[in-house]
Ligand binder design. Structure first.
Ligand code: IVH
Length: 677
């Protein structure tokens, strides 16, 4: 293909994606794909300047605004930012600045650093301190009048506070939807049979482009300001970060991670620190922004067509990527749940290679309408399991088939049942089903359960496939001779394994209860049950009312517990484990629940704990009766914050919740008679 055609082709694609993104709020491809096409086009145009035209997407930002809102011409264009994707890009950025300013010394430039909030840019115009207009960025020159909508956002002041502000002042910033609000409105939309938003940014965009401001008002939107546009009169500071502080004084929210650093080293450090915090932040960011702090220097540096020379966005690796679905298979879990899974052409996203993504249940398959052969957007944020976000319908091949739920278990051929009102379909084979048996055994042997060293998933699968293992009790009958015949198992490892299995007999009641794999009984519930009943027998005989007295046990969990102990084969396995194999535990003093010092309290762990792992800290807290939550709210009683703690700690301080560092926490544990492992 000729260069000219390649350029035209890229422009057509970018224009199409722009329209989807800016006009329809329905992005067709992930940002990373857009960025790649954009970079390709930029490179081709740089090397072939004769083909650069005014209407190229590189020469302007965004697309035409919708006609339903009235249009507003920005008095000062709203620019975009160039992107850096690596430390080298950042070095180059710094070098270009030093060259232009004819400065030396790697550290001579002061940069203001801010997170790059993933929302919608907005311009707010204040006259004599009163908000008179709000506008979207649109194509950078012309935006849409969203005054009525921005007025509904609580973090946007309608009237400035303090004094000394310019009599005409344009404040710019980002409107975004916090993660929690996004989850809540999506949950609500789905429950009403409406379409869910793809991500918080789309949700924010969709919420802002409502012709009815009441709808906008009902959406959890926030705004942080990051710069000014027009400013007439008043005294403005001479540094960017100081202007932001002035804005704060006049009533605008600033992002709390704003910092000033020296040189590119300072920028890269900031980038690292913020990347670590990224997943804990209550809102989405897709990178960090660096701005030359001194306005005098900014002026000297000026602009290129679409972006200032004095600022850059250092982007994080993409959390969304595109790939194709090879097939959709059904997996059978420990409780028989038959789960559709998309097998993918491997794709690098969120820092790992993803080749499978759970589709959860048939409702989800139907909602996404995902089929084998489809191109899909995969999202992996932090440690969260990869999700299929949407199907790129325009890339659907011609012949695809709708996924049908299996009627028989793909592993044991038992009937698959789906109860009224339940999203999940289950194999009715119980422990007859090899898949359920394998999962039950893996769970039984796992670290937080019976903790059998050296009995990994692969080995369990092999033992089940060879028909050598049927129930957890069977583990304790495995002999060294049998085991040493297995593939890749020498006499020494067979010995070690038998020893580890034997060692696991001396256990603790909470572990044992957890190991049984009763539905909905996780580690914390198992511990609460053990503490409450003190022994196994009273628990096995407990009535629903008695179970409901236990913290965290609701009617559903109580039913699962009763059902479990009602089944004769479960009672047989328990008896075989205790009476024949000799599994035992030290009696726990059954403390009445209200004697536990942290009963009814909610604690939050954040930052890095250096002397103990997160899960050890959590276990101690559970043992003392506390609940351990993932986020700070008014209901939190105490926050343990290690180094690197970010928003959770600041939120706790804001709310006046007591906090302690790791040392304080250890001292507290010692007072309760708990020594570290
Ligand atoms: S400064 C001339 N600062 O990123 C400088 N932008 O690609 C213009 N954004 O349209 C923007 N957080 O929507 C700036 N701290 C921040 C930002 C930020 C998010 C967005 C904004 C802008 C886009 C630039």
């Amino acid at each position: 293909m000729s260069i000219e055609l390649q350029i035209q082709n890229l422009r057509d694609q970018l224009n199409h994606h722009n329209y989807q993104y800016y006009v329809l709020d329905d992005p067709s491809v992930p940002d990373a794909e857009y960025d790649r096409l954009f970079q390709q086009l930029k490179a081709l145009e740089r090397d072939n300047p004769e083909f650069v035209t005014k209407d190229s997407p590189t020469q302007r930002v965004g697309a035409q605004p919708l006609s339903a809102f009235s249009q507003i011409k920005h008095e000062m264009p709203m620019l975009s930012l160039d992107n850096a994707f690596s430390a080298e890009d950042m070095q180059e950025f710094n070098r270009r600045i030093l060259d232009r300013l004819q400065l030396d010394g790697a550290d001579s430039i002061e940069f203001a650093c801010e997170p790059k909030l993933d929302g919608i840019a907005v311009s707010l115009l204040y006259e004599e301190g009163v908000l008179i207009r709000g506008a979207t960025r649109g194509d950078g020159t012309t935006g849409e009048d969203i005054t009525l909508n921005v007025r509904t956002i609580p973090t946007i002041p309608l009237k400035l506070s303090g004094s000394g502000y310019p009599h005409r002042l344009e404040v710019r910033g980002e409107i975004y939807m916090p993660k929690s609000g996004f989850e809540a409105i999506n949950k609500k939309a789905l429950s009403q049979g409406l379409k869910a938003f793809v991500n918080p940014r789309n949700a924010a965009a969709g919420s802002l482009r409502q012709l009815d401001p009441k709808i906008t008002a009902s959406r959890p939107l926030e705004m942080c300001s990051y710069s000014i546009g027009i400013a007439e009169g008043g005294d403005l500071a001479e540094k960017h970060a100081e202007i932001l502080k002035q804005l704060q004084g006049w009533g605008f929210r600033l992002n709390p991670l704003l910092e000033v650093v020296s040189g590119v080293k300072g920028c890269l450090d900031y980038y690292e620190r913020v990347s670590e915090l990224r997943n804990q932040l209550p809102y989405e960011i897709d990178g960090v922004v660096f701005k030359v702090n001194q306005l005098g220097q900014q002026e000297k540096l000026g602009f290129v067509s679409r972006a200032p020379r004095w600022a850059i966005a250092h982007k994080f690796p993409a959390q969304e990527e595109m790939t194709t679905v090879k097939t959709i298979e059904f997996q059978v879990g420990r409780t028989g749940a038959v789960t559709p899974v998309a097998r993918l052409v491997p794709v690098f996203v969120g820092g790992v290679t993803v080749s499978n993504a759970t589709l959860h249940n048939m409702d989800e398959v139907e909602r996404l309408d995902v089929r084998a052969g489809d191109t899909v957007v995969i999202r992996r944020a932090g440690d969260v399991i990869p999700q299929v976000v949407k199907v790129v319908l325009e890339r659907r091949p011609e012949k695809t088939v709708v996924v049908e739920p299996p009627e028989q278990c793909p592993v044991c051929q038992s009937k698959v049942e789906r109860l009224e009102g339940e999203a999940v379909a289950r194999c009715s084979g119980g422990l007859y089903c090899a898949a359920q048996r394998k999962e039950a055994l893996k769970h039984f042997a796992s670290r937080k359960a019976m903790d059998i060293d050296g009995l990994g998933d692969k080995l369990i699968e092999m033992l089940v496939d060879l028909d050598m293992l049927h129930t957890p009790a069977g583990l304790y009958q495995l002999t060294r001779e049998e085991l040493s015949k297995l593939e890749r198992m020498g006499p020494k490892s067979a010995d070690n394994l038998v020893n580890a299995i034997n060692d696991s007999k001396a256990t603790e009641l909470p572990r044992f209860l957890y190991a049984l794999g009763i539905r909905e009984v996780g580690e914390a519930t198992a511990r609460a049950l053990a503490m409450h009943f003190g022994e196994l027998d009273p628990l096995m005989e407990a009535s629903e009312e008695q179970l409901l007295e236990v913290q965290d046990v609701g009617p559903i969990v109580a039913k699962h517990i009763i059902n479990f102990f009602d089944q004769s084969h479960n009672k047989e396995v328990i008896s075989a484990l205790i009476d024949q194999a000799g599994v035992h535990w030290q009696p726990i003093e059954s403390k009445a629940q209200d004697q536990l010092i942290l009963q009814g309290k909610t604690w939050v762990l954040t930052g890095k704990l250096e002397q103990m792992g997160r899960s050890e800290a959590k276990n101690h807290l559970l043992q003392l009766g506390a609940k351990v939550a993932g986020s700070v709210s008014a209901k939190t009683d105490c926050v343990v914050a290690g180094p690197g703690a970010g928003s959770k700690l600041s939120k706790a301080t804001e709310l006046g919740i007591p906090t302690m560092d790791e040392e304080g926490f250890i001292a507290f544990l010692n007072e309760q008679g708990i020594e570290l492992e």
